[in-house]
Design a protein. Sequence first.
Length: 66
Amino acid sequence: MTHINPQILAAISGAIGAYIAEEEAYQAAAAGLMAAPAGPPLNLWALAGRQTAMQLRQLMQRRSLR
């Protein structure tokens, strides 16, 4: 095996270390995003009211309500 220049060996080791650190930072950021809450809790009363309003609008469009 040939002798590797110490400067080249240091550059290779630094690049590998930077790659590993970047991957660890990416995984930590991805885990942080997964743990974040999706948003405020659902308001079931508002959801039911919206559904009723949409059903009434659909009936009006079909002219079922006269």
